[in-house]
Design a protein. Structure first.
Lengths: 786, 158, 271
């Protein structure tokens, strides 16, 4: 590992502090939703459509109801809800949002769509009952491919519309046509960013508990966005939002899969209301493969107008996004994020973008780690290599010639973003040095002697993170703001409670937030308790997604800490009988400048604030502050990934020999956690590049429904990685942080594909689609050499 | 249709009635309330449910509870010393940031103990090979390998 | 993820096990294939008989010019057994590569053969070695060559009231090897090829090439006729038409048969 640090058990900003969360997880005392038991709790199993598209003509629940232990079988006709699933996304304002009933109403539009819900004493009986529910289906024509869905005469997923088009996103700059006309050459590339499945190791699950006597609804659910869920449960189930409490226990990974509000979450609440007992549902893995959102599924057509030096003078991007059968929480906005990032970190001012979103008879797609941005990065980074190849320029050099330069920041992109900061070339140089890019030709020659094809690939990326300024989300048609909440409360004993609206599921917020608190308020790391994931304790919050937790939630915390510190200052001045201007902050205390003997520690001030025996005029008791922080801008993490591969010409297997990533996420709170995020992100990108694809048959059947067919890689299938960093602090927030959760995934896939294409360039191969499974690579080699 | 079984779990003898179809993982989680053993798949692919049965690592989701009658089972809850001290494998995962969301961690640690027992001197590559049956979606495995390496070293020293 | 209701008995002897299967119970060996199928309800046996309590079904010993391997011997035990390593390397090597460590701790050689997965490694390795199984039923014991055991997808010639009790491996298969190709380490083989070079010539067999493991007769005949390895590879997939799927085309899989046959042959030759 290229980043050196020594771990420690406590610390402040910048220290590699071991996580305070760990102990419960390594002892088996983590509490995930399936670990919770409520008194009198019943269990639900859903009956799901086996067809990609069918009319439901009859549902016979009698046999299931006759099974001892079955309490109810609910269908669309009997589940007490007010509406279907809601989406918060309407970019452009005229997105087609068909009704998505909680249980299928008349039509099932993808394999796995829930049709009925069996409620029984335990999950074994519920499962038996599900087998006894007889549904009559009248199969209908199916379309699964997004491009075919747009062809005239394609089967209509929703008969109420005249086509499968959901929405066309367009953005064309005024000078585009002229610029493209002047290009010395035009380089074209088609990239299929295949459908993948997030596959957090913990599937989804929830428990709905509706109290008849109080009208209160408590939903325990494995989610990244408890407050969204609360709002939507109140609307869908027809109750006051103030009566709804959403509890997020420990969450076993999300990656966007749990950045949503799902039918099952509404169904367990409504069913609990109907049956009068708490109801738990835990998703099977095979269910997860069809019932939880998928990601990517975007086909892209690039045309780059290039001058003789390899400078892109105009860029055309035309894509088709497969939205699946319905729009989920943010579905129509995901490819909108792609739109933003089409130019990447290159200075391209003349641009033409069209993204057509379609319905198909497949599971809906939505945010998967990176959410629209990996698609943009993968495409433009493949394109840069195609340009380099076409002009005979080195892949690093062609990037240098197109980079936005440091003096151009803040940089206004052709898609309307203001990039905050970055030194892309310095970052690239560091990655090239660490990966010994210059020494590659010798290594390639060595591989050739051993009969192997060797290649090296680059990916330079920038992402838009820190979602999001609320005025921007509103302008983009997202029906939700982008601010985040924090409360900091000091107890009379000097301990601190930090309440955050972010909702970690592996990111270590308790540790990082404690570090920030130690540095900013002088409360020792171990004296800080971080509370999240329970709407009863959080006034409001937006949650954890889009690499936003630190860049938005962390700043909300920072500002609350500052407010507490300033209140403590007024109190200290009062107690020390001096002016606040006479005081200086030592890191742990307010003291009279130059007089260490005249000081009040933050703990002393916490006690004084609580006792309230003597407060300055106009100051309320207790050191506590709350902040709702709305970020003024996005943040723009960036970096360079370098991958080196060897390909076995006999089998087509790609082996990764070296992987180097140099990321710039601005200032770092905890390097241990940052590296962990990058490691995991890279391997998810690698998974997409080499192993993973969610495949449907033409009949709408899911062909990859288990972890046997859907190839999440293991330790044995992935390489060690070398990580390093450059730091250009974000000027958009006082901590100078940018976000790191999605960077690895965004950077990885193109670096790996570029390396593989480079390895086979001698055979005349110019492009490979993902996943680059051996059979596909071998076929490409056969076709190239025959 | 219950069948009586006696299973020693983490040193405690449990006699219970189970339906023959009850999976060991559900017996542990639902009847014994040992919820540290998790379920991540339906196909014996993910390793989240790895426990030790009579000293061998096995998948608790692909084993019937009745098959374990008369056997000894060790789960993640049985790793800590009586005084609460973490087992070296637990300590190593903590010290090497070998976990993020924590869901795969119990199974990963139980599998890792099997690796260390069979190959105490395993190289990093051998550790990776031996953990082929345990999936983690968070860490990218880099720190898991480091954790297992550190635990193996620590256990060899003590 | 929940099996259907079932009855369970644990046999303490082969006779008890035979009585149970005669009464309709499905044999449960290591359960590494059966349990997942039951959980997905691809299999819903009303009754199972657990063979895990029959000591005589476990272990490896020499018996004349063969090794007698108890049907309930685990993959791990086979991979680590010194007799099999010395006399029948191809089977030890194949067993070492099955699934994961946890699967090898439970999965058994008899279970693999009886389950007859068309991508299973052990059936092909044992076929390459020239092994056989001992099947016991109401009428006594019979010996079945592995080549005659598996007839098609998940189907064998074992009757419902019979059990595999033993696997017989020849001791003259020391010069042998197994080469497999798969995507992830834990995955089933896309193609796997076992090769054994014995006094009677070369035996080669592949998994993943159809509904059952198949001998590579073209490959064998070229080598037995003194032909070159190159010529043998060219005929390795003769008569085989593996099904195209997400792992690759028929042509790719045919090609892999040759690649893996060559690799296994090279390794076997070097032993």
């Amino acid at each position: 590992m290229a980043v050196d640090y020594t771990t420690q058990t406590t610390g402040g900003i910048g220290d590699a502090v071991l996580r305070k969360e760990d102990r419960k997880f390594v002892t088996g005392e983590g509490r995930y939703v399936d670990d919770l038991k409520l008194p009198a709790m019943l269990h639900a199993v859903f009956v799901r459509s086996p067809f990609g598209h069918a009319r439901i003509t009859a549902i016979d629940t009698s046999a299931a109801l006759a099974l001892p232990g079955v309490h109810a079988v609910l269908t669309h006709a009997t589940l007490p809800v007010e509406t279907g699933v809601l989406s918060a996304s309407n970019p452009g304002g005229d997105v087609r949002h068909p009704e998505q009933a909680i249980l299928a109403k008349e039509f099932a539009r993808y394999a796995g769509e829930p049709v009925a819900m069996v409620i029984a004493d335990d999950r074994y009986i519920a499962r038996d009952g599900a087998d006894l529910v007889h549904v009559d289906y009248d199969p209908l024509p199916v379309v699964v491919d997004a491009e075919k869905a747009l062809e005239p005469g394609a089967p209509l997923v929703h008969a109420e519309y005249d086509s499968n088009l959901v929405k066309t996103l367009e953005h064309v700059t005024d000078g585009f046509d002229d610029a493209m006309a002047k290009a010395a050459r035009v380089i074209k590339l088609r990239v299929d960013n295949q459908r993948v499945t997030p596959m957090p190791m913990e599937t989804r699950g929830c428990i709905g508990d509706w109290s008849d006597s109080t009208g209160e609804v408590t939903l325990y659910t494995s989610t990244q966005v408890a407050h969204f869920v609360r709002t939507f449960v109140s609307i869908v189930c027809g109750t006051s939002e103030a009566k709804v409490r959403v509890v997020t226990p420990d969450v076993g990974g999300g990656f966007g899969a749990k950045l949503n509000t799902y039918r099952e979450e509404f169904a367990v609440c409504a069913a609990s209301h109907a049956v009068g007992r708490p109801i738990k549902w835990i998703e099977d893995r095979t269910e997860n493969a069809v019932a939880t959102i998928h990601g990517r599924a975007q086909v892209q057509y690039y045309e780059a107008g290039v001058d003789d030096n390899g400078r892109i003078v105009a860029l055309k991007f035309d894509a088709v996004q497969n939205n699946g059968a319905y729009n989920m929480l943010l579905t129509p906005s995901i490819s909108h994020l792609t739109l933003f990032m089409v130019p990447g970190l290159y200075d391209i001012q003349d641009i033409s973008i069209r993204i057509r979103q379609t319905f198909t008879n497949t599971t809906p797609t939505d945010a998967y780690r990176g959410a629209g941005r990996p698609e943009a990065t993968h495409g433009i980074e493949r394109l840069m290599d195609a340009i380099a190849d076409d002009l005979g320029i080195d892949a690093a050099e062609v990037r240098r010639r197109n980079f936005i330069q440091p003096e151009q920041f803040p940089y206004s992109s052709a898609t309307g973003l203001i990039y905050d900061s970055g030194e892309y070339e310095a970052n690239l140089d560091k990655a090239l040095e660490l990966s010994d890019y210059a020494g590659f030709p010798a290594r390639r020659a060595e591989s050739e002697q051993n009969g192997k094809h060797r290649g090296i690939g680059l990916s330079t990326y920038v992402e838009v993170c820190g979602l999001a300024p609320s005025a921007v989300t509103a302008a983009l048609g997202i029906g939700a703001p982008g601010w985040e909440h924090s409360t900091v409360r000091l107890h009379p004993t000097g301990k601190a409670t930090v309440i955050t609206g972010t909702s970690p599921h592996g990111q270590g917020h308790a540790t990082s937030w404690s570090q920030i608190t130690q540095t900013e308020l002088g409360i020792p790391f171990d004296d800080v308790e971080v509370i999240h994931g329970d709407t009863a304790f959080q006034p409001y919050g937006l949650g954890t997604y889009g690499s936003r937790s630190l860049a938005v939630g962390g700043i909300a915390l920072y500002r609350s800490l500052g407010k507490v510190r300033e209140k403590a200052r007024e109190l200290a001045a009062h107690l020390l009988e001096c002016s606040i201007d006479d005081l200086e902050w030592t890191g742990t205390a307010w003291q009279v400048k130059g007089s260490p003997d005249r000081a009040k520690t933050i703990q002393e001030l916490a006690y004084a604030g609580w006792t309230s025996a003597s407060l300055p005029e106009g100051i309320e008791p207790v050191l506590e502050a709350t902040t709702f922080h709305d970020p003024p801008n996005f943040t723009f993490p960036n970096g360079t990934h370098v991958c080196e591969v060897e390909i076995d010409p006999e089998t087509g297997r790609i082996e990764i020999l070296n992987y180097t990533a140099v990321d710039d996420c601005g200032n770092v709170i905890n390097p241990l956690i940052v590296d962990g995020q990058v490691h995991g992100g890279i391997i998810q990108g690698l998974g997409q590049a080499l192993f993973e694809e969610t495949v449907y048959g033409e009949d709408g059947q899911m062909l990859t429904p288990t972890l046997v067919e859907y190839l999440v890689p293991s330790a044995a299938d992935v390489p060690p990685m070398t990580l390093s960093r450059t730091v250009t602090p974000s000027p958009s927030n006082p901590l100078g942080v940018k976000g790191i959760g999605e960077a690895g995934t965004i950077g990885a896939s193109a670096a790996i594909v570029n390396a593989a294409v480079d390895a086979l360039s001698g055979l005349g191969i110019r492009h490979l689609e993902m996943p680059m499974q051996p059979g596909r690579v071998w076929k490409a080699m056969q076709e190239a050499t025959s | 249709m219950g069948q009586s079984i006696t299973v020693t779990v983490n040193g405690t003898v449990h006699t219970a009635e189970v339906e023959p179809r009850t999976l060991l993982v559900h017996f542990l989680r639902e009847q014994l309330n040992l919820t540290g053993t998790h379920i991540g798949c339906d196909t014996s692919t993910c390793g989240c449910c790895t426990v030790h049965l009579d000293g061998d690592t096995i998948l608790a989701c692909s084993t019937l509870a009745v098959q374990c009658d008369g056997s000894e089972v060790r789960t993640v809850e049985g790793l800590q010393a009586d005084d609460g001290a973490l087992h070296p494998i637990q300590q190593a995962f903590h010290e090497n940031h070998g976990l993020q969301c924590g869901f795969c961690t119990p199974g990963m640690m139980m599998a890792a103990l099997g690796v260390i027992e069979q190959q105490p001197d395993a190289s990093d590559d051998e550790i990776r090979e031996a953990l082929e049956g345990n999936l983690c979606r968070c860490t990218g495995y880099q720190n898991i390998v480091a954790s297992v390496r550190a635990a193996a070293d620590q256990m060899a020293r003590s | 993820m929940i099996p259907s209701t079932l009855e369970y008995t644990k046999a303490r002897s082969i006779d008890e096990a035979l009585a149970a299967v005669a009464a309709g119970a499905r044999p449960l060996a290591g359960g590494m294939s059966l349990l997942p199928m039951m959980r997905l309800r691809l299999a819903s046996p009303g009754a199972v008989v657990d063979l895990g309590g029959v000591p005589e079904l476990v272990g490896v010993c020499e018996d004349g010019d063969e090794l007698a391997v108890g049907a309930m011997t685990t993959h791990r035990a086979i991979a680590n057994d010194p007799l099999i390593a010395r006399h029948c390397h191809v089977v030890a090597q194949a067993a070492a590569g099955v699934g994961s460590m946890t699967i090898r701790n439970r999965g058994t050689i008899g279970g693999s053969l009886a389950h007859a997965d068309p991508h299973g490694d052990l059936p092909a390795a044992i076929l390459a070695a020239g092994g056989a199984v001992i099947v016991r039923g109401p009428g006594g014991e019979r010996r079945v060559d592995v080549g005659d055991l598996i007839t098609s997808y998940l189907t064998t010639t074992i009757a419902d009231d019979e059990l595999i009790t033993q696997v017989r491996l020849p001791k003259d298969a020391a010069q042998s090897a197994y080469a497999k190709f798969h995507r992830r380490a834990i995955d089933w083989s896309i193609i796997g090829v076992g090769v054994s070079i014995g006094a009677d010539g070369v035996r080669a067999a592949a998994t993943g090439v159809g509904e059952r493991p198949m001998r590579l007769t073209g490959f064998e005949s070229v080598l037995d006729g003194g032909g070159s390895l190159e010529a043998a590879i060219a005929r390795a997939a003769e008569g085989l038409s593996p099904t195209a799927d997400l792992d690759g085309s028929t042509e790719y899989k045919q090609h892999l048969v040759g690649v893996l046959a060559a690799r296994a042959y090279a390794e076997a030759s070097s032993r």
